[in-house]
Ligand binder design. Structure first.
Ligand SMILES: Cc1ncc(COP(=O)(O)O)c(C=O)c1O
Length: 406
């Protein structure tokens, strides 16, 4: 049976909104995706029938809230194929990377090296720069190829016996390119380095089997994966979490507190200081369950059909240039393009007047923009609920921009 995009769209109320007389053509999913009814219902159920703090009260509502919160951890763990106790809820993807940079970073020594790539989001660059100032570590950088992929041919020459961690975007938020994880893990193993993947742009496209990937840390954000804002995930192997000191101190993350000394709770609580984002975590659990139920073979084929349709359409527009991989291999449905002589913000503004939402600018990847001497790009990022009508509306808008702004 072919992928029923209409049935998926029907689960996202916002897609049938008319705003200023125009339908919603939402193609900014890489910034934040939309939320299905299943997620909205899960949050509403917590707020209306089980709202209380977690992990501390003995009353029935507190127990209900704690059960729902811990069940969400199980849903996220199942989505990633890992153990629930290895899932740490954080405030977002950025917060998760900062946690690793701080807590895993505390185990590093001056002169140890972290290897990143030129296409990383700022949230996988700046936390390491902060660690560099704090702890004297060094940062190395894998360049990108002309088609916007991490250039793994350069990887062996950048690895040293001091390289402790390779931290890369699983999928680029600018070019949609997916990194060859197997090659990275094999290279990391040859020098005893750990691997972290920033899954912000990969997690919204279906379950991930982390044990088969062989990485050590994985992070993603709830709001890009059809869940609420204010929630993210860090997964790390149990032995790594066990070895890591806390990131933040406060309630819930302790064993015993005295003024002389405090002991830490075991993971994941060690890394969840204070009242966690309970409703958002429950919503993310529901989003992971929703994603597991989707036909991803069909959804991925549908997404790639849209990517091809978009690339074919853009190639016919005078002055439009694709930025990123030209084909469909090892990529996800994120497509960046330029319109010669027109600033990406002006393209995005014109598209908005056609009811089409995209992102324009540097996409929090300024080093990548610098490498190609660009101010920015216009980025189209798709989800399974998008359809050919969204792409057609976008192409109509780009043709209009090409005619009127150049
Ligand atoms: C690849 C990548 N990493 C990290 C982030 C940061 O995510 P958040 O802002 O949810 O913390 C983003 C957000 O755009 C992203 O695309």
């Amino acid at each position: 049976m072919s992928f029923d995009v209409g049935a998926v769209r029907g689960q996202f109320p916002i897609l049938s909104e008319i705003i200023d007389g125009k339908p919603v053509h939402y193609l900014d999913n890489g910034a934040s995706a939309q939320t299905p009814i299943a997620v909205l219902d899960a949050v509403r159920t917590y707020e209306t029938t089980g709202r209380a703090n977690v992990l501390r009260g003995v009353h029935r509502l507190a127990e209900r809230a704690t059960d729902a919160y811990e069940h969400a951890r199980v849903e996220v763990a199942t989505f990633l194929g890992v153990a629930p106790m290895e899932i740490v809820f954080t405030g977002g993807c950025t917060a998760a990377i900062n946690l690793v940079a701080y807590s895993y970073g505390a185990l590093l020594k001056p002169g140890d090296r972290i290897l990143l790539s030129e296409l990383e989001h700022h949230s996988n660059i700046v936390p390491w720069q902060l660690l560099r100032s704090r702890a004297g570590i060094e940062i190395d950088m894998i360049p990108v190829t002309v088609d916007g992929r991490i250039d793994l041919k350069k990887l062996p020459s950048l690895l040293t016996s001091r390289t402790k961690l390779i931290s890369l975007a699983h999928v680029s938020n600018v070019t949609g390119a997916m990194v060859d994880v197997g090659a990275v893990v094999a290279a990391a193993k040859s020098v005893g380095a750990k691997v972290m993947l920033d899954g912000a742009q990969r997690a919204p496209h279906g379950p991930i089997d982390l044990p088969s990937l062989g990485v050590d840390f994985y992070v993603f954000a709830g709001h890009k994966a059809y869940g609420p804002n204010g929630i993210g995930v860090l997964w790390a192997k149990a032995e790594l979490l066990d070895a890591m000191p806390p990131f933040m101190g406060g309630g819930s993350m302790i064993g015993r507190v005295t003024f002389a000394e405090t002991t830490w709770a075991p993971p994941p609580r060690r890394f969840e200081a204070g009242t966690p984002p309970i409703g958002p975590a429950i919503g993310l659990g529901a989003a992971c369950k929703w994603m597991r139920a989707l036909d991803w073979m069909g959804a991925h084929a549908h997404e790639m059909t849209m990517v091809q349709h978009l690339m074919d359409g853009l190639q016919k527009i005078d002055g439009a240039r694709l930025f990123g991989p030209a084909g469909l291999q090892n990529r996800y449905p994120v497509v960046s393009f330029l319109l010669d002589g027109v600033h990406p913000h002006d393209v995005a503004q014109t598209l908005d007047s056609f009811g089409v939402a995209v992102r324009a600018g540097h996409h929090c990847a300024q080093p990548l923009m610098d490498r190609f001497d660009l101010d920015g790009t216009t980025r189209v990022s798709m989800a399974p609920y998008n359809d050919g009508g969204d792409i057609d509306a976008l192409l109509t808008g780009v043709r209009h921009a090409a005619r009127t702004l150049r």
